[in-house]
Design a protein around this ligand. Structure first.
Ligand SMILES: Nc1ncnc2c1ncn2[C@@H]1O[C@H](COP(=O)(O)OP(=O)(O)OP(=O)(O)O)[C@@H](O)[C@H]1O
Length: 344
């Protein structure tokens, strides 16, 4: 591991009142307080443009905050930027690997950049190739790799100096589920070795599967924080989904009935969806059939009915008023076949 100062706190990241306003006046980050304990797998969620990447860039000292204080691995990000950079790994959204070089050469180059001692390089590189399942293709050019393999190599280059804290900015965007799952395995493994992980992702099931704790950022401010289970509890009950035959006016009429009948608590939420309505309520399960009766009495044809526990997507919807956008309009860059066959 990279050397930490002798008087480190138990926190990998401590940020207070951090603000970042770009030169054109865009207030991307507006007063963020954040604590990430050492060893935690932490997730940072938010819609596009909410300020996730800007926050990461201030934490890794690529951007200087307009206000506030940041401590990373016990170092002051404003006064000890170099020490911060030496003790963190950063996997940016844009790949940092050189397609002309082999996997091994890319890692050698990263060792050079991070000043890894020559005597340690060969062993370190072999260990990382093994960790991310690229040992078999170590001497092939990265250009021939699938999207998933490139991302794994990219993650490995962020780890050559054995940083105790790694920032992963949307590391699985555009990958198919199989390649994504494979990366999750490696991230879990890195975390189990004691590395603190700060992850941003647009895939809520990814955050749910990996993260011990999450913060949601909206318009440059953290609006919610907690474990995935805590955030789901905040949604307030279960989700009753009712599919309704007919058009928008029928769905609207169904929603009006759900709001007017005395079945659900006052703060239950009723939303119109493309298929019908959803009711988020502590009584979703116990009063669901009563709602069906009320809808039938109003001559509204119900074609489907389901009660389920909230997901992080429901959390996101409740907090931001929108579902998470996933692919940003792009096709997955990976394919099942292209990612197979290497590593464990
Ligand atoms: N160099 C820049 N100059 C001016 N404004 C910027 C710059 N970079 C980002 N922004 C703006 O700052 C805000 C936050 O952007 P940021 O990239 O941090 O969000 P994000 O949550 O990471 O979004 P995404 O998921 O799309 O990457 C946005 O309004 C964005 O347009």
């Amino acid at each position: 591991m990279a050397t930490l100062p002798p008087t480190v706190t138990d926190d990998a990241i401590g940020a207070e009142g951090v603000e970042l306003t770009y030169a054109d006046g865009t207030q991307a980050v507006r007063g963020i307080d954040l604590t990430v304990p050492r060893g935690e797998f932490f997730g940072f969620l938010g819609p596009n443009g909410a300020g996730k990447t800007t926050t990461i860039k201030t934490l890794v000292t690529l951007l200087r905050p307009t206000a506030g204080s940041i401590t990373v691995n016990g170092f002051d990000a404003l006064r000890e930027g170099r020490a911060v950079r030496e003790t963190v790994g950063y996997m940016a959204q844009e790949t940092s690997i050189d397609p002309e070089l082999t996997a091994r050469e890319n890692l050698r180059f990263a060792c050079d950049s991070y000043g890894v001692a020559r005597s340690e390089r060969a062993e370190r590189i072999d260990e990382l190739l093994d960790l991310v399942g690229l040992a078999d293709v170590a001497d092939k050019r990265a250009d021939d790799f699938s999207g998933g393999m490139k991302k794994r190599l990219d993650a490995a280059t962020a780890l050559v100096h054995r940083p105790p804290l790694v920032f992963l900015d949307e590391p699985t965007t555009g990958l198919d589920p199989k390649a994504r799952n494979r990366l999750w395995e490696y991230f879990r493994r890195i975390n189990e070795r004691g590395t603190t992980i700060f992850l941003t992702t647009q895939y809520l099931e990814e955050a749910d599967a990996l993260c011990e704790r999450l913060a949601v950022i909206l318009d440059g401010e953290i609006v919610s924080e907690g474990s995935p289970a805590e955030l789901k509890r905040e949604v307030g009950g279960e989700i009753l989904e009712v599919d309704v035959d007919g058009g928008e006016s029928d769905r609207q009429a169904a929603a009006d009935i759900a709001r007017s009948v005395d079945l659900f608590e006052a703060d239950a939420t009723v939303d119109v969806t493309t298929e019908g309505i959803t009711v988020t309520s502590e009584r979703a399960r116990s009063r669901g059939t009563d709602l069906l009766v009320a809808l039938r009495d109003a001559d509204i044809a119900v074609t489907g009915f389901n009660v389920r526990a909230p997901t992080l997507d429901d959390v996101f919807l409740a907090i931001t008023g929108e579902h998470v956008e996933t692919e940003k309009g792009s096709e997955p860059v990976d394919s099942l076949a292209a990612d197979g066959g290497t590593g464990p």
